[in-house]
Design a protein around this ligand. Sequence first.
Ligand code: SF4
Length: 312
Amino acid sequence: MNKCYIGIDIGSISTKGVVIDENYNIIFSNYIWTEGSPIEAVKKIIDYFKIKLDNNYQVFGIGTTGSARKLIGTLLEANVVKNEITAHAIGTMRIVPNVKTILEIGGQDSKIIFIKDKIITDYSMNTLCAAGTGAFLSSQAKRLGIDIEKFGDIALTAKTPVKIAARCTVFAESDLIHKAQSGYKKEDIIAGLCKSIVNNYLNNVAKGKNILEPIVFQGGVSKNRGVVKYFKEILKKDITVLENGHLMGAYGVAILSKNNNTGKMYDLNIKNIEFKTKGFECKRCPNECEIIRIYKENKLIDSFGSKCGNVS
Ligand code: SF4
């Protein structure tokens, strides 16, 4: 029987899972929407892997990362539970060993990670401003009646991208409506939006940072060829987009679970553990986040919903 290791990245928008073999190759992967229920999302991924692994593989390690990593780590008795920054860096370094900068734009947040001699030297994250994320692009694609999958390719056909105020979602949205009503071409507006995502990212997440090559761009938005084009154009640097870039968090924790495995075998039956869930609305700032806290035997083991990360 072959040995394998599972990595799961549970985000607020999507949940990703990978299985790797002894040589760190991804042999199976799965990607589904979290839809507010991380436990259900992970159950679906585990069920999918059970079928794929069949009797040919035995799981020797499970790693979790992402916003619900502690909860899911408890349920699966994971041998590794790691934050997203470390997980992404480990996964990316396995594929591009000399990477110096990782740009990441996901569904609801964006981050930048700096690496020197295989060590993370700096990073920053943006979870508050939606104007530079995949969720913003998706909502604008819907508004323009365009399939998000085609967004990037349409942007590449633009001759004169429209300038769109990128400072925040509200400004960008009203500017977009104004430009659409003023008769600008759709492809020029779409290209303008892609460019605004890049400008927003560089002015917020990457502000004042020295972006050194090799640069890897990942996260769901890296699939958008328009955004890739403007990153290259504005930075005047080469950018690598990995085919499995959206899976790097899951891949990173799968690697860590392999490297830290104790020889324990996993049966992939999700433990039937009793949890208590309590929700409240944080009033410390105008975001008014809905925080959900998960308790096991009266001990807080995880929480979700905070946009700033300062409230658990
Ligand atoms: S958790 Fe509270 S303080 Fe943090 S962003 Fe949300 S509302 Fe503001």
